[in-house]
Design a protein around this ligand. Structure first.
Ligand SMILES: C[S@@+](CC[C@H](N)C(=O)[O-])C[C@H]1O[C@@H](n2cnc3c(N)ncnc32)[C@H](O)[C@@H]1O
Length: 254
């Protein structure tokens, strides 16, 4: 008998009211059937039942480079990046339905046929649905900072998630992160810089050409100024970007 993996007790999000405003409701009703994937869950609605095939042909009608975003929020970055890159299959994970509904409004307005959303915990999706060695890029922009020390375990960037993300990337695939919180930026560096399955491409001594001795990445041109980034800038915080690549000669994953 197949064992069901343990439920994730510590998650990176809070369960909020799923009440939608009128425009979100309209977007949801008009567009969810086309853009939101009907994944099966386990006991929690944000969980992902194992054993579902990940079939790009069935989802997008094509195989193409796969880009994932964890925590798409209102979809601003997703719509801008996927719009600039029609050649990729873009999949956004977001647990908060009203945010998915807002994002649907953007992708529908732009007619972005390369985007799909899954209304689930992105970590669950990576663990139980996305195959190993299959993803070209993963984006985590402005993840919830979880400021209190006793909540740090809820941060999306932690050693277990990093190992999972590295295992889902193809060799040469990359993970792009951004945060406006200095202590979270430092935490990301502490968790990620020492790994062998992910290499900070902007850190001096890395095997990659694009080297900045500081380790921070330049702001990607394709990322629009989202509400979270604007809020950070308005409060005088420095925005930090990071890019990690799975080394080409890295270990194969199960
Ligand atoms: C601070 S917001 C940032 C949203 C967006 N990336 C932006 O920059 O505008 C973080 C978002 O991540 C979502 N989130 C947090 N953990 C998640 C997870 N494990 N899977 C999917 N979504 C998640 C939250 O619901 C929230 O919408």
């Amino acid at each position: 008998m197949t064992q069901t993996p343990a439920r994730r007790d510590v998650v990176s999000f809070v369960r909020r009211s799923t009440r939608m405003n009128a425009s979100q409701q309209r977007n949801w009703e008009a567009h969810q059937a086309r853009w939101v994937l009907p994944l099966a869950h386990r006991e929690l609605s944000t969980s992902v039942a194992p054993g579902q095939p990940f079939d790009a042909e069935a989802i997008w009608g094509r195989t193409a480079p796969l880009w994932l975003e964890i925590g798409t929020g209102n979809g601003e970055a997703c719509a801008a990046i996927a719009g600039r890159h029609p050649e990729v299959n873009y999949l956004g994970f977001e647990v908060f339905r009203p945010a998915v509904a807002s994002a649907l409004g953007l992708v529908a307005r732009e007619g972005l046929t390369n985007v799909r959303f899954a209304e689930v915990d992105g970590v669950e999706a990576l663990a139980h649905w996305i195959p190993a060695d299959s993803v070209d890029r993963i984006f985590t922009f402005f993840p919830d900072p979880w400021h209190k020390a006793r909540h740090h375990k809820r941060r999306l960037v932690n050693p277990a998630t990093a190992a999972l993300i590295a295992s889902r990337l193809r060799p040469g695939g990359s993970w792009h992160l951004a945060t406006d919180w200095p202590d979270y930026a430092e935490h990301m560096r502490e968790v990620l810089d020492g790994r062998t399955d992910l290499v900070n491409v902007h850190l001096n001594g890395s095997a990659h050409r694009d080297v900045d001795p500081d380790g921070w990445a330049p702001r990607p041109e394709a990322r629009p100024l989202t509400r979270f980034e604007q809020r950070g800038l308005a409060a005088g915080r420095v925005i930090r970007d990071l890019v990690y690549v799975r080394p080409a000669a890295g270990p194969a994953h199960a």
